[in-house]
Design a protein around this ligand. Structure first.
Ligand SMILES: NC(=O)c1ccc[n+]([C@@H]2O[C@H](COP(=O)([O-])OP(=O)(O)OC[C@H]3O[C@@H](n4cnc5c(N)ncnc54)[C@H](O)[C@@H]3O)[C@@H](O)[C@H]2O)c1
Length: 297
């Protein structure tokens, strides 16, 4: 499905990114594998993980190049895109799996814990999308349009709904959805699709979570997720943009966008007063749950 296609897979040194890079190469893509080689908390750095993914791809007869760097660094992501174009002539698809965790309850979460997670996930997506947007806009103008749509796949999470102990991560993953929808709106005119995924799989990031304790890696392994990014990066997904797809094991779902559930107009010319809202609260919310303590995990 990805013959004559050039894809950049960020965070491709482990887990979902590694399996997706391998699946993309199996589907015929030339793959540039980015990774910073950090541990789950974002400590350290190592060129080896990206190189090992490239070795896996090459051993299976595929085409890939390793690229070492931090997705949250705008100068680096500009270089990543420029080097990919220099090596393979174009960038048709980008998927960003780069991610770290620094869990903690809000009452004791440090500024560093918050900033590190928001930086890698949310700013990492901004950094890649900003430079991809600039590159694709310029190429689209220079070439008078594209022969086929370009694709960007963002990594959000069901935890964007909320999860105890993950205020930093859920904020970043919800922010990625807003960024994705705006990017989809802005880049549609340049034939660029932008979508998001909510994956669930056993990786080093999730293997210790209580919810994963009973999971069988054969049923919930990262290899079950790769069909979605390969599909979204292929011509089969033409016109699909602004969507969020959840994928876990044998299930794929389309996720709803936030929308107004019910609206009321005030009876006053001066706008809603707190007193009128209190009086008509039941009218607005009848049939809706208003104690919303949802967890996306
Ligand atoms: N595994 C799941 O169930 C699950 C669920 C929801 C969302 N996700 C998301 O999917 C993505 C991949 O998760 P995973 O489970 O494969 O994790 P993982 O830890 O196995 O892989 C993450 C990779 O990102 C790399 N990385 C981290 N910071 C980087 C940076 N600044 N620049 C470049 N590379 C960097 C790491 O070195 C690692 O190779 C993450 O965004 C994660 O939040 C995973």
């Amino acid at each position: 499905m990805l013959e004559d296609t050039v894809c950049i897979v960020c965070g491709g040194g482990h887990g979902l990114g590694e399996e997706t890079a391998v699946a993309m190469a199996e589907a015929g893509a030339s793959v540039v594998v980015n990774d910073l080689g950090v541990d789950v908390s974002g400590e350290g750095s190592d060129e080896q993980p990206a190189e090992e993914t490239v070795e896996r791809i090459e051993a299976a007869g595929g085409e890939a190049t390793a690229h070492f760097g931090d997705v949250a660094d705008l100068d680096y992501t500009e270089e990543l895109i420029a080097d990919t174009v220099a090596e393979y002539g174009a960038v048709h698809g980008i998927v960003n799996f780069a991610g770290v965790l620094r869990d903690g309850m809000l009452f004791k979460m440090s500024e560093e814990q918050f900033d590190t997670v928001v930086d890698v996930h949310l700013k990492g997506h901004f950094s890649l999308l900003r430079n991809a947007a600039s590159h694709w806009r310029q190429r689209h103008k220079a070439e008078g349009g594209f022969d086929r749509e370009r694709s960007f796949v963002c990594l959000s999470s069901g935890v964007s709904v909320g999860n105890v102990g993950q205020a930093n991560y859920s904020a970043a993953k919800a922010g990625i959805l807003g960024l994705m929808r705006t990017a989809a709106l802005e880049l549609d005119q340049y034939d660029v699709r932008v979508n998001a995924m909510w994956p669930t799989a056993v990786t080093r990031m999730t293997e210790d979570l209580p919810a994963m304790a009973a999971a069988d890696p054969d049923d919930l392994g990262p290899q079950h997720v790769t069909g979605v990014p390969v599909f979204l990066s292929s011509a089969a997904a033409e016109g699909v943009t602004g969507c969020t797809l959840a994928v876990a094991g044998d299930s794929v779902s389309i996720v709803s966008d936030p929308e107004r559930e019910r609206s009321l107009s005030t009876n006053s010319d001066d706008g809603w007063s707190a007193a009128e809202l209190a009086e008509r609260w039941a009218e607005l919310t009848d049939g809706f749950e208003t104690t919303r303590l949802n967890s996306g995990w």
